[in-house]
Design a protein around this ligand. Structure first.
Ligand SMILES: *Cc1c(COP(=O)(O)O)cnc(C)c1O
Length: 379
């Protein structure tokens, strides 16, 4: 709050307000027709067989781990340069996260060669995160998964409509999770989506979402069912129709929003791409991507200097962030004793600059001028 140029802004207007209002007026606000419509939009736009809406991405990831059959005694490989939920979901089902390193400052996604190094007879799966919406090395990761018989969960929170070799992120592994948290590309406040091409996983996900109940209340209210059974241990991971109605409007806007974000990124790349002492991760990317955030990494630097540079930029009225404080250093994960040199470097030297469609050319130039000045002045 209070920054002249915030890190992110909500792409909201009358349409989201109207959608929420209309749903409230419709008399049905819990999981119902708006959720069904949103799920169908995901099926159509992602060219995926099944989409099941969820209360948030953390729950969607929990469901992914359940339908993949991860459990006590199993190990699941995950990057540490991510939000904690990518690893927490593995622990919800009693399995153990095993952290793998990232490729390096120029590609801050999980390193397939380190995945192979971390495989043991207990390894059952991999949770892949597509940082900033840029695809991880999926061909290599899927080949490893086939060779060692591992399930692949895609944490695609950063990458709605991002592509990898013509396929949408989230449709390459066994199942995937998306977030509609307020600062994501699709914002509803809270919300999420589970997608898969596997019918059995989709059916299980639907049951887990609502207490393991064999019918939903909307089906009963609309006269399609009268009784229900509890067929497995489920949860309440449902999203209400007010949020689903907002998500539908957000999803309609998304392709246009991402086109503009691509131009914003290009302007950043033109200004900062050849700057000395700085690397823009994924500079060689040619795929269509969501550009969820704009990470930059300082070279030959350290944490103290990075923090000073951030303060300098903040003093100019520009908000920045760090993606991410590495998960393996958090108290609850320390005991695993992961050693991840590339992750350690990037977590200490990364700065996330503002990224959203409404940024003007003048604002981007001001951000780049300020950043360049900071990097030059602070040794
Ligand atoms: C935001 C985020 C999550 C959690 O999403 P919620 O919808 O807030 O639960 C998980 N993983 C990544 C990579 C995220 O960015």
């Amino acid at each position: 709050m209070g920054y002249q140029i915030p890190l992110f802004n909500l792409n909201f207007d009358e349409r989201e307000a109207r959608a929420a209002y209309d749903t409230i007026k419709s008399g049905w606000i819990s999981t119902g027709p708006k959720n069904a419509e949103l799920e169908q939009m995901f099926v159509d736009m992602w060219k995926v067989k099944y989409a099941v809406s969820m209360s948030n991405c953390t729950d969607a990831l929990h469901v992914c781990c359940m339908v993949c059959g991860f459990g006590p005694g199993d190990e699941v490989i995950v990057p540490s340069l991510t939000f904690a939920a990518s690893a927490n979901c593995i622990r919800y089902v009693g399995a153990t996260p095993v952290f793998a390193d990232i490729v390096g400052p120029d590609h801050i996604n999980i390193d397939p060669t380190d995945i192979v190094r971390k495989i043991t007879p207990r390894t059952k799966g991999i949770v892949v995160v597509h940082m900033a919406g840029f695809p991880a090395h999926m061909d290599e990761i899927m080949a490893i998964a086939r060779k060692y018989n591992l399930k692949v969960v895609e944490d695609a929170c950063h990458g709605p409509l991002s592509e990898y070799k013509g396929k949408k992120l989230g449709t390459i592994g066994d199942c995937a999770a998306f977030s509609f948290f307020s600062n994501k590309n699709i914002s509803t406040g809270e919300g999420g989506m589970f997608i898969t091409n596997n019918e059995e996983m989709a059916q299980k996900a639907r049951l887990i979402r609502s207490h393991g109940m064999s019918t939903m209340s909307y089906q009963r209210a609309s006269g399609h069912a009268t009784a229900y059974d509890i067929t497995c241990l489920g949860y309440n991971f449902r999203m209400d129709d007010i949020r689903a109605a907002i998500a539908i409007e957000q999803l309609k806007k998304l392709p246009g929003d991402l086109e503009i974000r691509s131009k914003v990124r290009k302007q950043y790349v033109d200004r900062l791409g050849k700057m000395e002492g700085v690397v823009l991760p994924f500079a060689d990317n040619t795929e269509f991507v969501s550009n969820y955030i704009l990470p930059v990494v300082l070279l030959g630097s350290n944490k103290e200097r990075r923090n000073k540079i951030r303060e300098y930029i903040h003093a100019a009225g520009i908000q920045t962030s760090v993606h991410y404080p590495a998960v393996h250093h958090f108290s609850t994960y320390k005991e695993l004793g992961a050693v991840l040199p590339q992750t350690d470097y990037v977590t200490d030297n990364e700065i996330t600059l503002p990224m959203y469609a409404a940024l003007t050319e003048g604002q981007i130039n001001f951000i780049c001028d300020t950043f360049e000045q900071a990097v030059k002045e602070i040794k």
